[in-house]
Design a protein around this ligand. Structure first.
Ligand code: ADP
Length: 501
């Protein structure tokens, strides 16, 4: 029988392959039986495999190998062996590979979107814009940014050179599985690093496509290696092995702590993109409809599974009830449903387990005395199965409640009243997190003045939107290091000073 983790022995797996090349609903099951190591599709040492569940149908949609320690070491060895040559390639050569990979990803854009929709439930018609095309454009941008590596600064006879940090383990989550893979892989390769990539258990399929892309364009063996496995099992090997120079991780603060502990004895560089509980401050004379609509849409996007989501909306008491009713209206405009239906704006959560986590928080909010304005813990109307939840708004939330302090990672917005802007800034900063933030005020200058007081890695002013051109990363327990933009590349750089006299 499968274990609770969805693991099978190899024998069971082959029986399943023979018996269930189609799932119970008649849809085909994508079977991967190889890891991508040293430029080869390599049979795993492990005897176990993992079943991937489509959260909309709750059926198995794919099967992947579960790597073990020997597989991880093989991948690390391959990356170590490839490093000396790859790190010495010219930036033009690396740019060429990055551009070729972006072109090939573009050709596979539909496959990438299908894979993401199937495994994490993002509505298929939204998936290209939300998950795929921007990621490919961002990948391409690092072909140009690779040239930053050639910049040599000279200070009084001291030459400051940029060199690649080395072999990098890249561990990714399931909410934006391609984008976050790109945000690490593209700058790492541009800098001249070699990588071992481990996707989240729930969403590995786009990583297999990206490995196929690198195979097709002839990326040298060992530069990009893919292992699939259970985080707490393979993580300690991938993060502790002395051949690894750096770990870049996006995911929960809990896993980030484990990863830092694994990496500490060998003093690896560790870049962490962790949780958030980001505030949106709306001032008394801001354009309320625009501001509240922006905040609600930001939270409900990707079914609330965005680490930088603006999940605490801080609203002046004088306009609070007006804001609550706008928020309710905007939330209820969402169409929750089958991700393959082109009218759907909110698909399921990524998994039944994630849905249970969110349901627990909704119960918690009600127990804590918050006012449930819309949504809740029941299945949305018309849905009978799948990891679905309705968009949920809580009003009368205090910043002390657990729903205001902990990351829920679901479609749940907390609306918190304040009297003065100073109090709003204090509430915004009263969090262990500091990933993102936003401000709506009457004028941009007023909003900028507030933005400067918020301790978070990003601040979106007057309705600005996310871009991979801007450095992204956290203050406090939201992590360290930055991704995207030039700063995303510099994360993978060692600085060498060459002294000439
Ligand atoms: P969630 O709890 O939502 O699944 P995680 O932070 O646990 O989020 O998962 C994000 C990624 O981190 C996944 O690829 C997962 O396999 C990995 N992971 C989880 N725990 C560890 C760990 N102890 N060491 C390394 N990676 C881990």
């Amino acid at each position: 029988m499968p274990s609770p983790l969805g693991c099978y022995t190899k024998l069971q797996w082959f029986m399943m392959r023979a018996q269930h090349s189609k799932s119970e609903t008649g849809t085909s099951v994508k079977v991967h039986d190889r890891l991508y190591i040293n430029g080869q599709w390599t049979a795993p040492h492990s005897t176990r495999v993992h079943e991937i569940i489509n959260p909309a149908t709750t059926q198995v949609c794919a099967v992947t190998p579960l790597a073990n320690e020997a597989d991880c070491i093989q991948a690390i060895d391959a990356a170590c062996e490839a490093l000396p040559k790859w790190s010495q390639t010219s930036t033009q050569e690396r740019s060429h590979f990055i551009t070729a990979a972006a072109d090939e990803m573009q050709r596979r854009a539909d496959d990438l979107a299908d894979a993401i929709t199937m495994t994490m439930g993002c509505p298929r018609h939204l998936c290209p814009n939300l998950q795929v095309l921007g990621s490919i454009a961002a990948f391409r941008s690092y072909a140009e940014r690779a040239k930053l590596m050639d910049q040599v600064e000279e200070r009084n006879g001291i030459h400051i050179l940029k060199e690649p940090v080395g072999v990098c383990t890249l561990i990714n989550p399931w909410n934006y599985p391609l984008s976050i893979l790109v945000g690490k892989t593209a700058p790492a390769l541009a800098a001249g690093c070699t990588v071992i990539v481990k996707p989240a258990e729930q969403t590995p399929l786009q990583d297999f496509i990206v490995a196929e892309v690198f195979e097709k364009i002839g990326l040298p063996p060992g530069v990009f290696n893919l292992v699939t496995g259970i985080g707490p099992e393979v993580g300690p090997v991938l993060c502790a092995h002395e051949g690894v120079d750096m770990v870049s991780f996006t995911g929960s603060t809990r896993a980030g702590v484990h990863i830092s502990e694994s990496a500490a004895p060998t003093i690896k560089r560790v870049c962490l993109e962790l949780g958030g509980k980001s505030p949106l401050i709306i001032t008394e004379d801001a354009e309320l409809e625009t501001a509240v609509r922006y905040g609600v849409q930001d939270v409900m996007m990707n079914t609330g599974q965005t680490c930088s989501a603006l999940t605490r909306m801080l609203v002046p008491e004088s306009r609070y009830e007006e804001a609550v009713s706008i928020a309710q209206r905007v939330a209820e405009e969402n169409v929750v449903g089958n991700p393959l239906d082109p009218t759907t704006t909110m698909g399921p959560l990524c998994s039944e387990a994630q849905k249970e986590t969110v349901v627990d928080y909704i119960h918690q909010g009600i127990q804590e005395g918050a006012r449930l304005v819309t949504g809740g813990h029941h299945m949305p109307p018309g849905m009978t199965h799948g990891a679905y939840l309705p968009p949920t708004i809580f009003a009368d939330v205090t910043n002390q409640m657990r729903i205001a302090r902990e990351e829920i990672f679901g479609p749940v917005l907390c609306m918190i009243p304040f009297k003065e802007v100073d109090e709003a800034v204090q509430l915004a900063n009263d969090s262990v997190y500091g990933l993102s933030s936003a401000v709506f005020a009457k004028t941009t200058d007023e909003a900028l003045a507030i933005a400067r007081q918020i301790r978070a890695g990003q601040c979106f002013v007057q309705g600005a939107h996310f871009t991979t051109e801007a450095p992204f990363g956290g203050y406090k327990q939201s992590g360290n290091g930055r991704e995207w933009g030039d700063e995303g590349l510099l994360e993978y750089v060692e600085v060498k000073a060459v002294l000439t006299h």
